[in-house]
Design a binder for this molecule. Sequence first.
Ligand code: FES
Length: 369
Amino acid sequence: MHPSQDKDSTGRDELVRHSAELDDVELRQYAGPWPTLGTRAERRARRHVLTWMGISIISGLALVAVYLFWPWRYVPPQQPGSALHQLYTPMLGLTSGLTVLGFTVALIVHIKRFLPHEQSVQRRHDHGGEGSTDTSRNTLVATVTDAAERSGVARRSLFRRTAGLGAAVLGAGAGVVALGGFVRDPWDSGRGEDTLWRTPWRSHNGEKVYLRAVGDDPHTIVLVRPGELEAGSMMPVVPFRESERGHPELLAEAMHRADSPAMLFRLRPDVVVERRPDRRGMNFDDYYAYSRICTHLGCPVSLFEQQIDLLLCPCHQSQFDLGKHAEPVFGPAVRALPQLPIDVDDDGYFVARGDFTAPVGPGFWELEP
Ligand code: FES
C-alpha cells in the first residue's frame, strides 16, 4: 500500500472511531473481512461475485438482442418458424430473469463477503430536533468510504468496472422496451398497410372487401346481400377477402382488429337523411354503414333506437343521429362515427368501396382526412 494511502486510512480510522464516540456507539467489532487481499479465499469470493455479475451482463445483452432481433411476428402452428415465434416470450422472460437474478446474487454475495463485519451498540440522539451536524455528516462519509476501502472495491479496478458494467447492462435491459420503439418501425406491419390511418376495410391490392356478418362461429363466413335486413334494423359486420378463406389466423385478425367493427343499417323508407356533397354515393339505397367504435373513448356503439334513428353508446350515453350521417347530438362525443362507403357487386353482395371517411375511434388528434 502506498504511504499516502496508509496515512489516509489511519486518518479515516480515527474519524470512524470519532464518529462512533460522538453517537455514543461502542464498536465491539469492526474488522474488514479480508485483512490481507489476494489470499486464495479472497480470490475465490471475488470470483464468485464476478461470475454472477458476468451472468447478469451476458443475460442483459441477450435480452436486448432477443427483444430487437428474435422473430416475434405471429406464425401459425405447423408453419416454418412457428417454434421460434413461440419461444419469443419465454426467451424474454428467461433473459430478463437471469439479468436481475445475477445482479442481485452478486450484490448479496458482495455485501456478505466484502463489507466490514461490524458489531456495535448505539444510542440515538436527535440534537434537539435539529438533525445531523456537519461533524456527523463528515464522519458518515468517512465511515462509508472506509467500508468501501476495506471491502477491496476501491482497490480492485476489475471488480469496480464489472459492477459498473453490470449496473449499466441491467439499466439497458430495463430500458430496452422504450428504446425498442425507436429501433422498430411501428408503422411497418410487413404489408405496409397497417397504420392508424388505414383499416382492414381498405383494399391494398384491388381485391374485393366484402361485408361479413358477425356470427357466433368465427369459421362460418356469411356474406351480406341487400334484402337480408328488415327496414329499420342493424347488423354488425367485419371485412372479409376471398384470399382469407381457409386461413383461420387471417380471419381471426380481420374479426378481432380494433378498427374492423362496423354496422350496416337499413333505414326505414320514411327516414330523411341530410344531403351532403361529401357523402354522396357512400350508401346503397337505404343501406348505410358506420364504424362501430365510439369517437369518445372507443366503446362499441351497440344500442340502436329504431323509432328515432339514434345510436346510443352505453359507456357515457353519447347519441349519434343516423339522419345526420351519425353526427353526435348528445353526450361527450364530438366527432361523427366514420362512414364506410358501400356498394353491391355483380354477384349481389355488399362490398366496401374504400376505407372509413375518418380515423376510427377516440379523438385520434381530431383529424379529418
Ligand atoms: S365511449 Fe362512447 S360515450 Fe364515451
